[in-house]
Design a protein around this ligand. Structure first.
Ligand code: ZN
Length: 193
């Protein structure tokens, strides 16, 4: 997050009710902590600061500057590329499946196949999805339409020995039906005799 953004108190309005020891956590983030802290309190404050930073991050990424930074990172493939073969290394963007903190880790969204995947980087996968919000990729692509890729109409077709699996299955069903019909006919003829 841009430091300027954090230092502007207006941007953080309301966050003081979201975490305990708000001021100390904020001081820790901005490197202004002057109070002496005991070791056992240190871990707790560290966790609170991480949580608060995540909440600030969730707000920041949706600002003009935030979306611009995300668009840049996408161009540089910093969030990785879509694992789907037909998406041809399409750069992805981070997305939360929910805006509620503590539910799910961040996923990546591919604008070509319009699906979500587990992030390729271990580091990214440990981040809370809500800290990126469920809106981020869609907002970025709306603001930077040149980042919206052309759709690839190619689809993978399941085949066995070169035949489409579906046509083989249909063929088998058709053969079974004929066999059954022949058996019925045979039985009828034998009964008539
Ligand atoms: Zn894709």
């Amino acid at each position: 997050v841009d430091e300027e953004y954090i230092l502007d108190r207006f941007n953080l309005a309301g966050l003081n009710t979201e975490v305990p020891h708000y001021q100390m956590a904020l001081d820790l983030i901005t490197d202004c902590l002057e109070e002496e802290i005991e070791q056992n309190q240190w871990d707790e404050l560290n966790n609170i600061a991480k949580h608060l930073y995540g909440l600030i991050h969730a707000r920041f990424v949706l600002t003009n500057k935030g979306t611009a930074m995300m668009a840049d990172k996408m161009r540089r493939k910093e969030f990785g590329t879509c694992p789907r073969v037909f998406c041809e290394d399409q750069p992805v963007l981070p997305v939360g499946l929910t805006d509620l903190v503590g539910q799910k880790g961040v996923k990546v969204y591919c604008p070509r196949c319009e699906d979500v995947y587990h992030p390729p980087s271990k580091k990214l996968s440990t981040v809370d999805g809500a800290f990126f919000t469920s809106s981020l990729p869609h907002l970025v692509l709306q603001m930077y339409p040149n980042l919206v890729p052309k759709k690839n109409p190619d689809r993978y077709i399941p085949k066995i020995f070169g035949f489409r699996v579906h046509s083989i299955a249909n063929e088998h069903r058709w053969q079974d039906q004929i066999k059954e019909d022949l058996l019925k006919k045979k039985n009828l003829m034998m009964a008539e005799e």
